[in-house]
Design a protein around this ligand. Structure first.
Ligand code: ZN
Length: 133
């Protein structure tokens, strides 16, 4: 199984971002390299919706520039599901534009929150193993 490696502090950052934006979905960028997350970067959800997210294009561009300046690449994206499980929705699958990116979903539907990672391509998805270091 393919893996995504991150630190406990990265999980904490995504969960607190999800909680601060609830009941709307939050979203952001995961910068790092070789399937390893080094930085969690919140991005505004332009949809301002409990059911969907769309990264604010200006903040997304800035996130890419920041990653580049730090010698990192964007390894993936995260968003929250305030009231549903950490499984890609039909909209998530339809909107996922990058088959090489990792899509992390934080679900606040359970306590503690559930965090899962996927690759989304060709109208489907496949789960990755999350390795917390
Ligand atoms: Zn979603």
């Amino acid at each position: 199984m393919e893996t995504l490696t991150l630190e406990r502090v990265h999980l904490g950052a995504m969960v607190s971002h999800a909680r601060s934006e609830a009941p709307n979905e939050c979203c952001g960028v995961l910068a790092g390299r070789n399937g390893r997350v080094e930085r969690v970067r919140p991005v505004a959800n332009a949809d301002r919706s409990p059911y969907t997210f769309r990264m604010d294009p200006h903040e997304l561009l800035r996130a890419y520039q920041e990653a580049d300046a730090e010698g990192l690449e964007v390894v993936g994206y995260y968003h929250s599901h305030p009231a549903t499980p950490a499984v890609p929705s039909r909209t998530d699958v339809a909107r996922a534009a990058d088959p090489f990116a990792v899509y992390v979903i934080v679900s606040l539907a359970s306590e503690p929150p559930e965090v899962r990672a996927y690759r989304i391509a060709d109208g489907g998805y496949r789960e990755l193993e999350l390795r917390v270091r």
